[in-house]
Design a protein around this ligand. Structure first.
Ligand code: PEP
Ligand code: MG
Length: 589
């Protein structure tokens, strides 16, 4: 951490550009770390001290919560501060406290272990209750328990969802739920030590239009809360203690960018039709029900990817069939008459469900582990609840269903088998659904890409998940900043694979879309269209730039670009060709 208090010098730090935009403000340092609970036996003659330690941690926690409550009341108002009353009540819960002490007296294990066991039992019990108000208490207990444990272990606490002033969040790492939990009004920008352009936390920031720079290595060690910084999400630069000249220069850059972006926005009302008259379908990727607004605001022709796992990530327990149905129905109705592709759960990888750590034990290779369809086929009740919820929602608009991380035809057949069982169950219940619901697979594992001809007998459409496809093809962990420079969408292997997927799928007239981040990048969108991809799905704010380019090019030129690129050998050469294509048609500002 920086320690000198002399006049602050301007320092420029280069990272990876992850979400466009410029922000200037004070830093809030957020250190994400899981509380690891040591477990040990306490000497019988130290038992009184151990209980005193517990009492002290409860007292300190109470003081911390009261302080936050006062701040929130001051900054946001009385009502917003009320939530902390529930937190204070948890600390007075005699059952929780006396059960912890009883467990300590019986087992003699350290108080952290006993408190953790008891609070987890309570969290699980509350999470099961069929009453929404009581269920929410599970979240309160979890929050407070986390604080008590941090105090017992002498760890500093910082929480991102309690950010009440407009700040630049500088974090060592950010989970997708952390990122989704940042309030758009208070998160000025996001900067992380680790991460890459396609880590899920960054994808969320892009959708929320919060500037982000990732992979700045040890920045959290070099700054402290309250320092001033400028974040340039266009070039992936963070400037600490920017000088007057720098601020002036960026003021000019920002107004140029704004005027360019408003030109794009103005043109975005027009249809996505190329100069030679080919219509291109541009759809939206969304993570939350509220993003329906953005789907409309950016004139997306439907939702090409609804990442349903976010309904689970920020919940204190697994949403029921009915709760999911209401969420899916809201999106399907909100986006009608356009279609909504509802992707089944893609939990695991960098998106474990933290409210139930038993479901996702720690793994050495989470991206190659217990994730997405693998997890669903292993948790059939949970999967079937989701499938029924999607089927029920399909009655209210144009829904489609899509499985993530399909590795081959057998897995797809198993998923479809379960879908058939759900259809039977709904017919028996007399509940209507769209009998013609289309079912698709994401092509994001190389084994699926190599067997599209086997999959297409069971699929009505395919969507290429380039984020994962690239990581698995090139063996580059998509969240690892150390190798982020090797993550090459322009690698010949990637280009050839997409070409092959399209050719194989089109042989049986199965349409192919791309919903990975490549689709929303104006550098790559023409190449994908030239390779024969039928539609593109992207974060809603990416639509205007892609549409502008589509309207400035001919499909014939895009096909010629693809043909040229397919003959190239190096990613650099391919990137340059794509960049040249885009730059010739629109200024890529
Ligand atoms: C992908 O992998 O390209 C994709 C769209 O899915 P996600 O980013 O959610 O893994
Ligand atoms: Mg994926």
């Amino acid at each position: 951490m920086a320690t000198d208090s002399s006049p602050k010098q301007e320092i420029v730090v280069q990272g990876i550009s992850a979400s466009q935009g410029i922000a200037y403000g004070q830093i809030f340092v957020y250190l994400q770390s899981e509380v690891e609970i040591p477990s040990y036996q306490v000497d019988p003659d130290k038992r009184i001290d151990e209980i005193a330690r517990f009492d002290k941690a409860l007292l300190v926690t109470r003081q911390q919560i009261s302080k936050i409550q006062n701040e929130v009341e001051k900054n946001l108002g009385k009502n917003e501060a009320l939530i902390f009353d529930a937190h204070l009540l948890v600390l007075e819960d005699q059952a929780l406290i006396s059960e912890t002490i009883r467990e300590f007296e019986t087992t003699g294990r350290n108080i952290e272990t006993c408190f953790n066991n008891v609070s987890r039992k309570y969290i699980a019990a509350f999470a099961e209750i069929d009453d929404e108000y009581l269920r929410e208490r599970a979240g309160d207990i979890r929050d407070v328990a986390q604080r008590v444990l941090q105090n017992l272990l002498g760890q500093a606490e910082t929480s991102i969802s309690r950010l009440v002033e407009r700040r630049i969040v500088v974090a060592n790492d950010l989970s997708p739920s952390d990122s989704a939990g940042i309030d758009r009004g208070s998160g000025l920008a996001i900067v992380t030590d680790s991460g890459s352009r396609t880590s899920h936390a960054v994808i969320v920031a892009r959708s929320m239009q919060i500037p982000a720079v990732v992979g700045v290595r040890d920045l959290t060690k070099r700054v402290r809360t309250g320092d001033w910084a400028l974040v340039d999400g266009y070039d992936g630069v963070v400037i600490l203690n920017p000088s007057e000249q720098t601020l002036f220069r960026y003021g000019k850059i920002q107004s140029q960018k704004k005027s360019y972006e408003s030109r794009l926005l103005a043109a975005n009302r027009q249809k996505a039709v190329t100069l030679d008259g080919v219509s291109v379908t541009l759809m939206a990727n969304i993570e939350k029900v509220e993003e329906i607004e953005q789907v409309k605001q950016f004139f997306a022709e439907g939702v090409g990817l609804f990442r349903t796992e976010y309904l689970f990530l920020n919940a204190s327990r697994i949403p029921t069939e009915q709760e999911q149905f209401l969420a899916y129905k809201a999106v399907v109705e909100g986006v009608a008459p356009y279609p909504v592709i509802i992707r089944t759960l893609d939990l695991g990888g960098d998106k474990p469900m933290t409210s139930d750590p038993d479901l996702f034990p720690k793994e050495d290779n989470p991206f190659m582990g217990y994730r997405a369809i693998r997890f669903c086929l292993d948790n059939q009740q949970l999967f079937k609840d989701q499938l029924r919820a999607v089927l029920l929602a399909s009655h209210f608009g144009k829904a489609r269903l899509m499985y993530p991380m399909i590795s081959g035809a057998e897995e797809m057949a198993r998923a479809n088998q379960m879908l058939d069982e759900c259809k039977q169950e709904l017919r028996a219940r007399g509940q209507p659904f769209d009998e013609t619901l289309e079912v698709g697979a994401m092509i994001e594992i190389p084994s699926a890409a190599a067997t599209v001809d086997l999959l297409e007998k069971q699929a009505d459409f395919f969507s290429v998940g380039t984020n994962d496809l690239i990581q698995y093809m090139l063996a580059i962990d998509r969240g690892n900043d150390r190798i982020a420079h090797l993550y090459e969408p322009a690698h010949p292997a990637v280009v050839r694979t997409i070409r092959r997927i399209v050719e194989d799928a089109h042989r049986l007239a199965v349409p192919v879309s791309v919903c990975g981040e490549m689709a929303g990048d104006p550098i790559y969108a023409p190449l994908l269209l030239g390779l024969g991809v039928d539609s593109l799905s992207m974060a809603p704010p990416s639509i205007p730039a892609v549409k502008f380019l589509v309207r400035a090019m001919t499909m014939a030129d895009a096909r010629a670009l693809a043909a040229d690129v397919l003959a190239m050998t190096s990613p650099k050469e391919i990137y340059a060709a794509c960049q040249g294509f885009a730059q010739k048609r629109v200024p890529l500002d």
